[in-house]
Design a protein. Structure first.
Length: 229
């Protein structure tokens, strides 16, 4: 996939490239405050998906990418999405109702989808997840944004396939690179560039750290833009 001329120019100037990934000059900063975050239910089948009018934001990624930690960090709630040392613990579609102090995004739903790619999960169980995830992503009328989480240090074929499929069904994702706190500043340009090129992205990835909170405001700004569109 061909990069835009702006990104091609940025590749020749690492300082500009880094500024892009910190969000400077692209989308205004966001200081949205989460007022409430409550668990609604876990869905084992499409009949349990919500039929309401609230906009939905879905999160998906490989089983060890740090999805639960990112959701908790983004919503500033410890333990809302269950974090486990054993990847693959999210086995249902989990729904959370969120309220914020932002008038343009006062009420919405966060959807935590099962992680993919964990080898120790049985093939039979993985075969159950795939249709459930696909039915939600392809069929939800209230879905406004899909966030695909990729690890900043790992380029995965499964991530590439997920991004390609989402784009093919009209759900171009927001791509977030997790665990950037594990990268030295001198390593970031190369790591983010490899991800963007390897995943065939026109737009850049958003670097995020659930440990430091880096990237939180940037991600909220992008999500607000998607949801309001």
């Amino acid at each position: 996939m061909r990069l835009t001329s702006a990104l091609e120019a940025a590749y020749h100037r690492s300082d500009e490239f880094l500024r892009q990934y910190h969000g400077v000059g692209l989308v205004d900063g966001c200081c949205m405050r989460i007022l409430t975050a409550e668990f609604i239910r876990s869905c084992a089948g499409p009949e349990q998906f919500l039929k309401g009018e609230l906009p939905e934001v879905a999160f998906i990624g490989r089983s060890n990418v740090g999805k639960s930690s990112l959701i908790n960090s983004l919503l500033q709630r410890k333990g809302l999405a269950k974090v486990s040392r054993t990847p693959g613990k999210t086995r249902l579609v989990n729904l959370f109702r969120i309220t914020s102090d932002d008038p343009g995004l006062s009420r919405f739903v966060v959807v935590d989808l099962p992680g993919y790619g964990y080898a120790k999960v049985s093939k039979a169980l993985r075969a159950q997840w795939a249709p459930l995830i696909e039915q939600y992503l392809d069929g939800s009328e209230q879905l406004r944004a899909v966030v695909v989480l990729v690890e900043s240090r790992v380029l995965s074929e499964q991530d590439s396939q997920t991004i390609t499929w989402l784009s093919s069904v009209g759900r171009p994702p927001v791509v977030v690179a997790t665990k950037v706190d594990k990268l030295k500043m001198s390593e970031r340009v190369g790591a983010l560039r490899r991800l963007q090129e390897g995943l065939g992205l026109v737009e850049g990835v958003i670097p995020y750290s659930s440990v430091t909170g880096e990237g939180r405001d940037r991600l909220w700004a992008v999500l607000k833009e998607r949801i309001r569109t």
